[in-house]
Design a protein around this ligand. Structure first.
Ligand SMILES: Cc1cc2nc3c(=O)[nH]c(=O)nc-3n(C[C@H](O)[C@H](O)[C@H](O)COP(=O)(O)OP(=O)(O)OC[C@H]3O[C@@H](n4cnc5c(N)ncnc54)[C@H](O)[C@@H]3O)c2cc1C
Length: 367
């Protein structure tokens, strides 16, 4: 029987079967999918009323890296088209299973995406091209040594891989194989990226191996991800009273280290040229997206180059040095890392600060 919590709902009160924690406030830094998803689960599983949740977003639009905006008169900007799979995106599709579609009444966003992909299937007929000619990409071109190296990287712990680059753990010939060309163009890898990130992607997407030459496993959203995901989730949150504090750049946090970990006591943010501060209560929660893959990026046009933005203007709290010891592991020796995936955040609380406090299926772990 379907779980009642996963049906699209329109009510705002008592719609989920759990005790309401009306005394707790939640502050989320960053308006990307990580914060949007966290807010939705705080309401659904954590029993925190929407009106007690505030999301601080530096820009004037929600969605972070999942952007999509513009007009026919001026231009459209979409940084990228996201690929999903049914197997690896269980958390995202769980979220979208209780968010109503804005365009298909009575359906969830998950239903809408699944129905779209049942009609429009990915089926590449020219996955690799050489000298203008399609080449047969059905064979990976791996040697036995390459295969062993792939198994080794999967079996090696992240601690052992440490700050190694991908090029440190494969022979140079590996980077000329069909497998590498398909893998690196599907997931945007470079040989100098972190071996740990490659290991994570191999584990997450190993089921794509037999179909990577056609991309048959790839799922798309009907519209760009801002319209297909960010807008319906934000609408659901707004309907439940979540506060979106736009144009609000969090400039610092007072973090206290105690016996039970670290907790935030104060949040500073700048909005409309004015500095504000929030005293965080002892039962309150603070969630921080402490880095963004699109931070410090800027847009050019057909007539002007993009403005050079330096790290000084990167507002992410990782860049500000706030969360260096958090659950995200910084590996400066490898240089620029690949992006982290959604819902990988630092979680702070006055009493506890363990990354496992937010359990996808078990709700919030209170102690
Ligand atoms: C071109 C491109 C292609 C991609 N392709 C895929 C794909 O195929 N599949 C896939 O799964 N993923 C893909 N991704 C990655 C995916 O889009 C991101 O991992 C995801 O959107 C990150 O979400 P987030 O909430 O963690 O961070 P972000 O979306 O980066 O959100 C962070 C937000 O925090 C805000 N912020 C930063 N600092 C502060 C501050 N101090 N105060 C207030 N606000 C602040 C930023 O303005 C931003 O809105 C792609 C990304 C890009 C750019």
């Amino acid at each position: 029987m379907a779980n009642a919590r996963q049906r699209p709902t329109s009510g705002t009160e008592h719609e989920f079967d759990h005790p309401v924690r009306g005394g707790t406030k939640a502050y989320l830094v960053g308006g990307g999918i990580a914060s949007l998803a966290s807010a939705a689960y705080l309401i659904r599983d954590g029993g925190i009323p929407g009106k007690n949740i505030s999301i601080f977003e530096e820009t004037n639009v929600m969605g972070g890296s999942l952007d999509g905006q513009g007009s026919p008169e001026h231009n459209y900007v979409i940084r990228g088209g996201r690929m999903f799979t049914e197997e690896a995106y269980t958390c995202m599709f769980d979220l979208l299973s209780f968010i109503p579609s804005l365009t298909a009444p009575g359906k969830s966003v998950k239903d809408e995406i699944y129905e779209f992909n049942a009609r429009i299937k990915s089926d590449s007929h020219a996955r690799l091209v050489k000298n203008g000619q399609k080449i047969d990409a059905s064979a990976m071109g791996l040697t036995n040594k390459d295969r062993l190296d792939l198994v080794a990287i999967i079996a090696t712990s992240e601690d052992s891989l440490d700050a190694k680059r991908i090029e440190d753990v494969f022979d140079p010939s590996f980077f000329k194989t069909n497998f590498w060309y398909m893998w690196c163009t599907t997931f945007a890898f470079q040989p100098w990226h972190s071996a740990v990130e490659l290991k994570r992607y191999l584990l997450r997407f190993i089921q794509e191996f037999p179909r990577i030459h056609t991309l048959a496993g790839v799922r798309r959203t009907p519209y760009n991800q801002y319209d297909s995901i960010v807008l319906p989730v934000s609408t659901w949150l707004k309907d439940r009273g979540v506060q979106f504090v736009m144009g609000a750049k969090v400039t610092g946090m007072d973090i206290k280290y105690g016996q039970n970990g670290k907790g935030v006591e104060r949040i500073d943010y700048r909005c409309d040229g004015t500095q504000h501060e929030i005293a965080v209560g002892s039962d309150d929660l603070v969630f921080v997206t402490n880095g963004s893959m699109t931070a410090a990026s800027s847009l050019g046009s057909m007539t002007s180059p993009p403005r050079l933005v330096t790290k000084d203007e990167d507002g992410s709290l990782g860049a500000l040095g706030v969360a260096r010891e958090g659950p995200l592991r910084f590996r400066p020796a490898v240089g620029l890392q690949r992006e982290h995936q959604p819902v990988e955040m630092a979680v702070f609380h006055r009493h506890f600060a363990r990354p496992d406090v937010l359990r996808p299926h078990g709700g919030i772990h209170w102690q």
